[in-house]
Design a protein around this ligand. Sequence first.
Ligand SMILES: *[C@@H]1O[C@H](CO)[C@@H](O)[C@H](O)[C@H]1NC(C)=O
Ligand SMILES: *[C@@H]1O[C@H](CO)[C@@H](O)[C@H](O)[C@H]1NC(C)=O
Ligand SMILES: *[C@@H]1O[C@H](CO)[C@@H](O)[C@H](O)[C@H]1NC(C)=O
Ligand SMILES: *[C@@H]1O[C@H](CO)[C@@H](O)[C@H](O)[C@H]1NC(C)=O
Ligand SMILES: *[C@@H]1O[C@H](CO)[C@@H](O)[C@H](O)[C@H]1NC(C)=O
Ligand SMILES: *[C@@H]1O[C@H](CO)[C@@H](O)[C@H](O)[C@H]1NC(C)=O
Ligand SMILES: *[C@@H]1O[C@H](CO)[C@@H](O)[C@H](O)[C@H]1NC(C)=O
Ligand SMILES: *[C@@H]1O[C@H](CO)[C@@H](O)[C@H](O)[C@H]1NC(C)=O
Ligand SMILES: [Cu+2]
Length: 571
Amino acid sequence: MEAMSSSLLHSFFFLSLLFSLANAVPRIHYHDFIVQSTPVKRLCNTHSSITVNGQFPGPTLEVNNGDTLVVKVVNRARYNVTIHWHGIRQIRTGWADGPEFVTQCPIRPGGSYKYRFTVQGQEGTLWWHAHSSWLRATVYGALIIHPKEGNSYPFPKPKRQTPLLLGEWWDANPIDVIREATRTGGAPNVSDAYTINGQPGDLYNCSSKETVIVPVDSGETNLLRVINSALNQQLFFSIANHKMTVVGADASYVKPFTTNTLMLGPGQTTDVLITGDQIPARYYIAARAYASAQNAPFDNTTTTAILEYKSAPCPAKGASIRPVLPSLPAFNDTATATAFSTSFRSPGKVEVPKEIDESLFFTVGLGLNRCPSGAMSSTCQAPNGTRFTASMNNVSFVLPSSFSLLEAHHQGIPGVFTTDFPAAPPVKFDYTGNVSSSLWQPTRGTKVYRLEYGSKVQVVLQGTSIVTAENHPIHLHGYDFYVIAEGFGNFNPETDTSKFNLDDPPLRNTVSLPLKGWAVIRFVADNPGVWIMHCHLDVHISWGLAMAFLVDNGVGELESLEHAPEDLPLC
Ligand SMILES: *[C@@H]1O[C@H](CO)[C@@H](O)[C@H](O)[C@H]1NC(C)=O
Ligand SMILES: *[C@@H]1O[C@H](CO)[C@@H](O)[C@H](O)[C@H]1NC(C)=O
Ligand SMILES: *[C@@H]1O[C@H](CO)[C@@H](O)[C@H](O)[C@H]1NC(C)=O
Ligand SMILES: *[C@@H]1O[C@H](CO)[C@@H](O)[C@H](O)[C@H]1NC(C)=O
Ligand SMILES: *[C@@H]1O[C@H](CO)[C@@H](O)[C@H](O)[C@H]1NC(C)=O
Ligand SMILES: *[C@@H]1O[C@H](CO)[C@@H](O)[C@H](O)[C@H]1NC(C)=O
Ligand SMILES: *[C@@H]1O[C@H](CO)[C@@H](O)[C@H](O)[C@H]1NC(C)=O
Ligand SMILES: *[C@@H]1O[C@H](CO)[C@@H](O)[C@H](O)[C@H]1NC(C)=O
Ligand SMILES: [Cu+2]
């Protein structure tokens, strides 16, 4: 009897071992994304929005670390489109990264392209979005990466997990909005609403019935995966009466810390744990702008969802009781934004590159182009009859049109780009002061900065106050980087190095460059390809706030870019 149960026990363990080993084998997930025009009603009006599979927001993809995704994108819309898998490292698979004219030509109406890539060593929350004109206003969704089967989170397993995508809605066609701005040279119209999982929430007209409900039960701890997928706005985020414990950001774990308010720039994600420790009731989850620029128009509305305890009394019919609203910081509360962004640490000591091969200094900011004499005033609607522009190191980035940068690099096609992106700005000045108007007009160019495979790179990002100073969410494709320091004013290489955290800095793919300030990032250039680095405010990338790194192949196949897929769209 005893022997038998022990052998049963043995075979049980053996079977469960086999089972978990079988599950640990990475999986391949196949998806079809049909990009199409879909009627979407918000704020009392219906628009023909571009969606994926008719869903807004688009489908949530869930994978385990180590899995492969194969997504066939079919373009049935009337616009060119590409899809970017925001934050995915795309090691050796730059062809699947997605930014139009950088790693591929657009998928034209009627065309299709299969994105194939493997998730390697990333866990947490990322997202996907269109990377073509302003289509990402409605073409976006969550991309959730769980630990490998059999591995656990570095925190108790949450009872429920809810992605919360913060978005931005125009009561117009967003493509018309950016086209109008491109024509006039002025600033594009601001949005009419923010959204949580596609819904503005009941502080807006015609929106109360659809307000998103986030369930919670007394005593349980849940994981909220907050993603800023807004086009042009940094957002504060808060939940009435509930503290949040931040455990991850941009698909890397962080040393847990507790806060009442998050601030996310577009492109950033934050994973938080919340515990149902309040009186069972309904509490607002709310987000609104962190608008750092002075005198610039912005959408000052507030989006809400409702955190609802399952045991809460049903809202009385007719006399519905308003949930409690959280207090959100003032729109210009840079102190709260800074306190939040400087709270991030890696969970423990990390390998930060120490000896730097490439020490770069990039200025980041807006500019104004003079209009040629005789230009129509209707096309020069920026201040004083100029046109808005933006640049890094005084180069306003121009996308190529005949070949993508990656194809031109891989096939050695000359004349598409030059490799003279400057390592430092051409003119040094007081970046945060009153800048002479003689410096306001950048040059235009398709310039990349070339990096040897494996080089250890440091970039000091310095905001300028040309036209207006503001916070910029700077996003690098193909890499995660350590944010080793940030501060206000002009970066001082003599004294500010003492602020460098080379011990446990956070790993991110998007850094929130402080208002009138700087941030320092480090990474090892171990992923060959062409990788755009840009401001994730789409209005700024539209004006040229971008550059690209060209990372050479290393030695052998495992350090080289793969061959281009056969169905890569051509121009
Ligand atoms: C932008 O806003 C102006 C003023 O409200 C409006 O007349 C115009 O139609 C808007 N443009 C677009 C493209 O919606
Ligand atoms: C909501 O509708 C009312 C009545 O039509 C209108 O006065 C108000 O301006 C609208 N509010 C918003 C935010 O659109
Ligand atoms: C938003 O801006 C409008 C117009 O500029 C103003 O009337 C309104 O009071 C502002 N709302 C908030 C909450 O600041
Ligand atoms: C923020 O705005 C308020 C008024 O809206 C103003 O009184 C205050 O000085 C501003 N604070 C900063 C830091 O700009
Ligand atoms: C616009 O021009 C006026 C007069 O030429 C000048 O005083 C002002 O500083 C200019 N403003 C901007 C934003 O260029
Ligand atoms: C900025 O400098 C210009 C000329 O250099 C001057 O006319 C202007 O008043 C200054 N503005 C501020 C806000 O100091
Ligand atoms: C950018 O380059 C243009 C053209 O050479 C020059 O006029 C301008 O002063 C430069 N601005 C800065 C900030 O370097
Ligand atoms: C669509 O992409 C093609 C290149 O593949 C380009 O020639 C065309 O101008 C693009 N159309 C628009 C509207 O951008
Ligand atoms: Cu991006």
